[in-house]
Design a protein around this ligand. Structure first.
Ligand SMILES: [Zn+2]
Length: 45
């Protein structure tokens, strides 16, 4: 279970915020940024 990417805080600087029905994690560390709840994961148009 390494790839369970859910919107969780990883460090004290992470902030979880809800945007348009989905959860996002914003942090100064880029690899901490993540999103959960978005149904569109493909970037291919
Ligand atoms: Zn963080």
């Amino acid at each position: 279970m390494k790839k369970k990417s859910s919107a969780k805080k990883r460090c004290p600087k992470c902030k979880v915020l809800r945007r348009q029905g989905r959860l996002e994690v914003r942090c100064e560390i880029r690899r901490h940024n993540s999103a959960q709840g978005s149904k569109q994961r493909t970037k291919a148009a």
